[in-house]
Design a protein around this ligand. Structure first.
Ligand code: AVI
Length: 322
């Protein structure tokens, strides 16, 4: 990118869109799907029958909540339950309710980038499970974790649910896990959801629903660029395309241009041309097996303590220590 232009692009969104759309092949990071409309579309995805991930993890937490209570409290110790990317906390509430019923001594510390999400989570918890001591933390995961500054004898359990880790390439996932590992003390625990390899058709169906919700979710990137960067993407000139490689376990989402076209992005002072059938790669949703999760753990200085699964092994939540 020319130096004077890089200086003009003053947000990471502007810089990343510029870099991604001037690269070959083109790409844009899926993290930019999540504005208000993107959050709502993801809620809709989680309610689709094809998107098995949410209900399956829900079931795992429900089935194993007793054992999780025992492991998390590790005797009768007080602990901090820190959730990264808490969202609406729907799944976590299963644990919060159970831990409260059992009189476990814990504080719930949800971390989220969106103050809005945290406010509604807190007011919702006040109504539904008033006895939970909640201390929300707004910010990015690692900035916030660093600020928390617990003393070494305070016991922490960190949650990262929803197979959000799957939106990272392995290399980035190892970086992410290593950063958490550095923050953990020997008694701390890390509990993460990993969607598993399965019938490839089941995975393709989850990311390519017949009602086009996933397509709208994916295209929200273009909607956002149009609005925030004054661009003129024609949404109908792109199609949502999902592929799944059963060997690597990687599901990839694309937006494919259906005809040759030119797009103007005013705020970036940029004209982009697309040839017919040219792609923009937008998301990866990695699927795992035990071998891969153990490898990621080993690379990050973590040990797998236990795995919790549903009956079909569609999804697993792994508990890690350092
Ligand atoms: C947030 N993340 C775990 C979802 C996933 O399954 O990769 C995002 C998503 N993309 C399409 N559908 C759902």
């Amino acid at each position: 990118m020319p130096k004077n232009l890089a200086q003009k692009l003053d947000t990471p969104f502007q810089r990343e869109v510029y870099e991604g759309l001037t690269a070959y092949p083109k790409y844009i990071s899926s993290k930019y799907i999540y504005d208000k409309a993107g959050d709502k579309l993801f809620q809709d995805i989680m309610n689709m029958p094809e998107y098995y991930l949410t209900d399956t993890e829900f079931g795992i937490l429900e089935t194993h909540k007793e054992q999780l209570a025992r492991l998390f409290a590790n005797g009768k110790n007080p602990f901090h339950l820190i959730e990264m990317g808490a969202g609406d906390g729907k799944k976590t509430k299963i644990l919060l309710r159970h831990f409260t019923d059992k009189n476990l001594n814990f504080t719930f510390r949800p971390i989220d980038i969106s103050q809005n999400a945290l406010d509604s989570l807190q007011s919702n918890l006040k109504q539904e499970i008033p006895d939970v001591q909640t201390e929300p933390l707004q910010g990015t995961y690692f900035e916030t974790l660093r600020k928390l500054n617990f003393s070494t004898d305070e016991h922490k359990v960190i949650l990262f649910l929803g197979s959000n880790i799957g939106n990272l390439l392995h290399e980035k996932a190892i970086e992410f896990l290593s950063q958490i590992q550095e923050y953990m003390q020997p008694k701390d625990l890390l509990f993460i959801g990993f969607d598993q390899k399965k019938n490839p058709q089941t995975i393709l169906d989850a990311y390519n629903d017949p009602n086009g919700i996933t397509e709208r979710f994916n295209k929200n990137l273009l909607v956002r660029i149009n609005r925030e960067l004054e661009a003129n993407f024609k949404l109908d000139s792109f199609t949502h395309w999902e592929v799944y490689d059963p060997e690597s376990g990687t599901a990839k989402s694309y937006l494919v241009a259906t005809s040759p076209q030119k797009v103007r992005i005013e705020k970036l002072d940029l004209d982009i041309t697309f040839e017919a059938w040219e792609t923009i790669h937008t998301e990866i949703s990695q699927k795992y097996d035990d071998k891969t999760v153990h490898w990621l753990a080993e690379q990050s200085g973590l040990k797998v303590l236990k795995a919790f699964s549903d009956q079909e092994d569609y999804y697993k939540n792994y508990l890690f220590t350092t």
